[in-house]
Design a protein around this ligand. Structure first.
Ligand SMILES: *Cc1c(COP(=O)(O)O)cnc(C)c1O
Length: 352
């Protein structure tokens, strides 16, 4: 830290991304990326866009907005595209919360929520998940602040029904409820239909997971046109050209490749079921994850030990070492072949 950093940021502890080591080639099951290449149409669209890099991109990403509008049946002014859904979450914390209106989210959830709150000096309150790691929506009905719920939640993979989330949205008419649907495409019902019914729900989506575009940094949000215009106000006060030409092209090309993406999601779901069954056979216990990862624990082995041994063997998984989940590992669902490597390494470790 330099002596110049302003006081209010001196205690900020930044988000720590999953490790991306380069010392050898790993089976990488630690950051929930897709094991599949982007849709074939992405490459040619990106190459075409790269030929025009002397020009600023369209700041609103109209090509993507047109397709999002058609795919999800929403008006263009109910949608905004940003540089990853992280940027949307950052803008939303800034836009809708302050000292008087804290942010509320579960004690076990996505690590960026507390970081963005701290950065803007917005107080946040964590609400404990139940013992089985599920969210009880009754815990979110009364506070005078913004609610952020990842659905399905990360890193547990557990999902709420749209009815349960609607209960929160309906109870908090004067506050915004942010539903982070990063993993919704792997088997959870979307809250997008609630947007035409309530003006206080913001649904946040990413192209990083199911659309295989983690490297492009693309996310979008859907909400009432007033909520969306608030986010535009912040975008145009931060970085008006926040989506570069190549990413914008990747975004519209992937939205023209729905079948390819859906086929990959189906494969992930099948492989999730396969890997879950195999790990259960090895004595692992796990949540009923509806995401592209599983969240596992073994009664006979420490999660940290498993994580370190797997890393030695060339398999990366995510170990958080955080209270309540210090004995859990989050394992991204890769290809069937990658999961077979994981399973055989775990067999070796467990057999000692
Ligand atoms: C991965 C993830 C994000 C961030 O996605 P980007 O679009 O890559 O910024 C947001 N929320 C949750 C819960 C995630 O797991």
């Amino acid at each position: 830290m330099s002596k110049f950093l302003v006081e209010k940021l001196q205690s900020l502890s930044a988000y720590v991304p999953g490790e991306q080591p380069r010392d050898k080639k790993y089976v990488k099951l630690n950051t929930n990326e897709s094991p599949f290449m982007p849709a074939p149409a992405v490459k040619s669209a990106v190459e075409k866009a790269a030929a025009d890099l002397q020009l600023y991109p369209d700041p609103d990403c109209n090509a993507m907005l047109d397709r999002l509008s058609a795919v999800y049946g929403l008006a263009k002014d109910q949608l905004i595209v940003c540089n990853g859904s992280d940027e949307i979450l950052d803008f939303a914390v800034l836009a809708f919360s302050d000292e008087k209106h804290p942010v509320y989210f579960p004690d076990i959830s996505y690590g960026c929520y507390p970081v963005f709150s701290d950065k803007y000096s917005v107080p946040y309150v964590t609400i404990p998940l139940k013992d089985d790691f599920s969210i009880d929506v009754e815990d979110y009905l009364t506070q005078d602040g913004t609610v952020i719920i990842a659905n399905p939640n990360a890193p547990t993979g557990l999902a709420l029904s749209v009815d349960a989330i609607e209960k929160v949205v309906a109870a908090k008419k004067d506050r915004v409820v942010i539903v982070d649907e990063a993993y919704v495409d792997f088997g959870t019902e979307t809250c997008l239909p609630l947007i035409n019914k309530y003006d206080n729900i913001l649904v946040v989506r990413t192209m990083s997971k199911s659309s295989s575009l983690a490297g492009a940094r693309l996310g979008f949000a859907a909400g009432s046109k007033e909520l969306i215009s608030d986010l535009y106000r912040i975008k145009y006060s931060t970085n008006p050209y926040n989506i570069n030409r190549m990413s914008a092209a990747a975004g519209y090309a992937v939205l023209d490749s729905r079948e390819y993406v859906e086929k990959n999601c189906k494969a992930i779901i099948e492989t999730r079921d396969y890997a879950s069954a195999e790990l259960r056979r090895l004595g692992f216990e796990m949540t009923d994850s509806l995401a592209n990862f599983i969240f596992v624990t073994h009664p006979g082995f420490k999660a940290e030990e498993l994580y370190l041994k797997l890393k030695d063997m060339g398999v990366l998984v995510r170990f958080f070492g955080k209270k309540r989940i210090e004995n859990y590992l989050r394992i991204t669902i890769g290809t069937k072949e990658e999961m077979d490597v994981l399973i055989s390494c775990l067999k070796q470790i467990l057999e000692g």
